[in-house]
Design a protein around this ligand. Sequence first.
Ligand SMILES: [Zn+2]
Length: 454
Amino acid sequence: MALPVLRCRVLLVTDVTALTMDVDRRIIRDAAIAIEGRRIVEVGKAAELRARHPAAEVIAAPGMLAIPGLIDAHAHADQSLLRGRTDDLPWVPFLADWIGPYLQRRDPSVAVAAYRLTMLEMLRSGTTCFVSPNVDPRDDLASLTGAIGEMGLRAVLAHWVDSPAGLDPASAAVTRWDGAADGRVHMRFGLDIPRLAGDRYQPSLYSAAGARARELGSGLVYHFCSETEDWTYYEDRFGLRPTQWAEREGILGPTTLLINGCWLTAVEARILATTGTPVVASPTATMKMASGTTPVRDLRDAGVTVALGTDGAANNNSFDMVREMKAACLAQNASRRRAGTLHAEDALEMATIDGARALGLGDELGSLEPGKLADVVLVDLARAGTWPVHDPVSNLVYAAHGGHVDTVIVDGSVLLRAGRPMRVDEAAVLDDAARAAEAVAPLLPRRPERWPQG
Ligand SMILES: [Zn+2]
């Protein structure tokens, strides 16, 4: 006897304006998205989909935008507790006096509270997938991936390796935790900034990590060419640009994600395009720290995939990817002194489909198309600050912020509805984070208050 075919119930998101981000970048008004299980099964006109799925569970969202879940490709998820502690610092004291001591001296349990706070902010602002570079080997990955599972988001965790001796334990962790949280966790190797430490003291670590990543079907994540010191060293010592050095070490390619790249040149852009190496820009953080500006326009024109990231609460003060899209455009216009250097459409591509491609997940994420995983965000523009809607992409990128996000669906599960987290005790997350922030406060230098507080 044939067994009955078990079918998941269809969830129908209707009456939205869908920014599909498909290959034609179609914008469908009066649209619906049909979701079955973890995947999108249909995208089209609401009337037609409603007729085809009469028994579907319906989320009617008239007047809202539907966009693919935003991808924050540079998000130090353990740094949310440092928000407001490290303003006005350039990178040397920022890393040496605050981030370093925080990472080295904090209790590993603090990371879980920090991650949960970060993910709550992401959930509320439409980020469904994030890359956390430099995941501390002391952190308890069972707890971190458990928290990711509980919150329902996706993550790429780059396990920190800073010595050849760390390669085997990192490999074990990458193998053990890749695919955790029902397949929503992807593991990679996180490397130090290739500069003095990488090249002079451990020249073989980079090529060895690259080889190990390829062997395990994983990838690399590292900060690259963010500051002037990141290129002067290579030019002075080898007469090479950093990208030429990285190519020589075999640590470029589609499974390597380069963070920042503020000082990349046209020669390097061509190498990145040829090797298929993606870059993630974090305009707010690099502007705030006065590091430089990722040449996003030039990289895109050269054929490099450029994703977008916030960097985090320590030097951006926010994980809001909606605001980051605006910052991406403004940074390019200001650095080129030319309006329209980067368009709203470019920024939305960076935050969605190009973010997915940069992570090697372009076939699964980044657009609203049948067959893709159902990561869908609804944005409410029917408010004073985002009305009227002459151009939905313009309003989303230039007028909205993360607080306009109404509904978040990841893997077909509704995680946020009408602005309320569905499966997270928000007060508990905030309380835990406040306690953890208190615990780490004594580990960090005190900065003089500019204004008296009493
Ligand atoms: Zn970073």
